[in-house]
Design a protein around this ligand. Structure first.
Ligand SMILES: Nc1ncnc2c1ncn2[C@@H]1O[C@H](COP(=O)(O)OP(=O)(O)OP(=O)(O)O)[C@@H](O)[C@H]1O
Length: 376
């Protein structure tokens, strides 16, 4: 799959531009604050329907304007799609695919897949459990769109349950009400845990393979999914065990006004040579862990969707040392990649690869002729 072309109108610092992309490597070179990440954001939005930087669409609209537009022609194997996103101040954004309007951006999930790698991703290792849950949720959603529906439903039910717990003193019917909620929560929570567990097992095998190769057999990476609900083979039995646990914990839940049991407390433990990477990993080891995981995500999407996703590398390429950069570059043959750099020097490892380079200055683009090594 690849993004063939894109039109941006009043999108951040781009007034009105049309871009044609290379089906393999695209590079955006520019000094700081010129608009490189803005382009990554626009591509990401075509796949996921929302930004990776903000939940507020109005921030994306050019400061001086009231509307913004993204249009993108996307090739998905044998067929093509035309995505359009229109944003207006103080109105929900509108999304069209092949000129048909979608009811919500969540419906967009079945089209284009993207994997993004930014310096912020270090949080997957270093940050709190919420960062790791978000990471796993966005990974599962890309290959199983119904999953994000379940996550949203679960969050709503949990919010309502916690509100009920907090108001329990004023309600005589609290036990009956909670019973209704708990049945639904255990059902949806079980599905979420099983999906996460399945995804993480696959991801862990691939990440461990990548990590060993990147580190020249020196390090062994192991990812372990942690949940406070027992994972059982039979889904019905698991739901029952989940409900039992909720019942056992009810006294405590009522006391604190929050729900203890469930996937909102899940975490992923990342072990390098049997030591917790979050606590004992050096900055370099943590970075390599993220790289191993991101590369595994690409492979998982390929397995599930039959095509590699589009890869967005924002500000990370120059941060990697030579051998890691080489390992990453070897993946580039298979997919469309977008890379941002501030300095052309960083691109030496890609000298002989086919690519398109855009120079970016204050929301203006200059295209350097596409370079095709096969004509040399
Ligand atoms: N809504 C907006 N309207 C107009 N300009 C905006 C808007 N949002 C951000 N910008 C501008 O976009 C620029 C930042 O763009 P971007 O984040 O893409 O930079 P970058 O080239 O990736 O920089 P760096 O290398 O520092 O990461 C800034 O000049 C900022 O003022």
């Amino acid at each position: 799959m690849n993004v063939e072309s894109m039109r941006l109108i009043n999108f951040r610092n781009y007034k009105n531009i049309s871009l044609k992309f290379h089906k393999n490597i695209n590079i955006f070179i520019g000094k700081n604050a010129q608009g490189k990440t803005n382009l990554m954001e626009a591509i990401y939005m075509c796949a996921i329907g929302r930004s990776f930087r903000t939940n507020k669409d109005k921030e994306i609209i050019n400061f001086e304007k009231n509307e913004a537009y993204i249009g993108a022609n996307v090739s998905l194997g044998d067929y093509k799609k035309f995505f359009e996103i229109k944003m207006e101040r103080n109105k929900p954004k509108r999304i069209r695919v092949n000129k048909t309007e979608l009811a919500s951006y969540k419906e967009l999930n079945t089209g284009l897949n993207v994997v993004i790698f930014t310096p912020e991703d270090l949080k997957i290792v270093k940050g709190g459990p919420q960062e790791r849950r978000n990471f796993i949720d966005s990974g599962v959603s890309q290959i199983k769109p119904v999953y994000s529906y379940n996550i949203n439903k679960y969050k709503k039910l949990l919010y309502q349950r916690n509100n009920l717990l907090k108001s329990s003193r004023f309600r005589k019917d609290i036990n009956n009400l909670l019973e209704v909620f708990d049945l639904q929560i255990a059902k949806i929570g079980t599905s979420i845990i099983l999906e996460r567990d399945k995804y993480l097992q696959k991801l862990s095998d691939l990440a461990s393979f990548n990590h060993t190769k990147i580190t020249d057999q020196l390090e062994n990476l192991n990812l372990k999914y942690m949940t406070n609900v027992p994972i059982l083979e039979n889904k019905g039995d698991m739901e029952k065990a989940y409900l039992e646990l909720m019942k056992k914990n009810l006294k405590k839940d009522l006391e604190f006004g929050t729900t203890e049991i469930g996937p909102h407390r899940d975490d992923i433990i990342m072990m390098i040579n049997n030591k917790d990477a979050r606590i004992y990993g050096s900055q370099g080891q943590q970075r390599t862990t993220v790289l191993s995981i991101i590369l595994s995500e690409l492979e998982l999407i390929k397995r599930e969707r039959g095509m590699y996703p589009v890869l967005l590398l924002d500000d990370v390429f120059s941060e990697l040392d030579g051998s890691r950069r080489k390992y990453l570059t070897d993946f580039f043959n298979h997919m469309q990649v977008f890379i941002t750099v501030t300095d052309g020097e960083d691109l030496k490892s890609m000298e002989n690869l086919n690519k398109t380079i855009y120079y970016i200055e204050n929301g203006n683009l200059k295209l350097e002729n596409s370079y095709d090594s096969s004509y040399r």
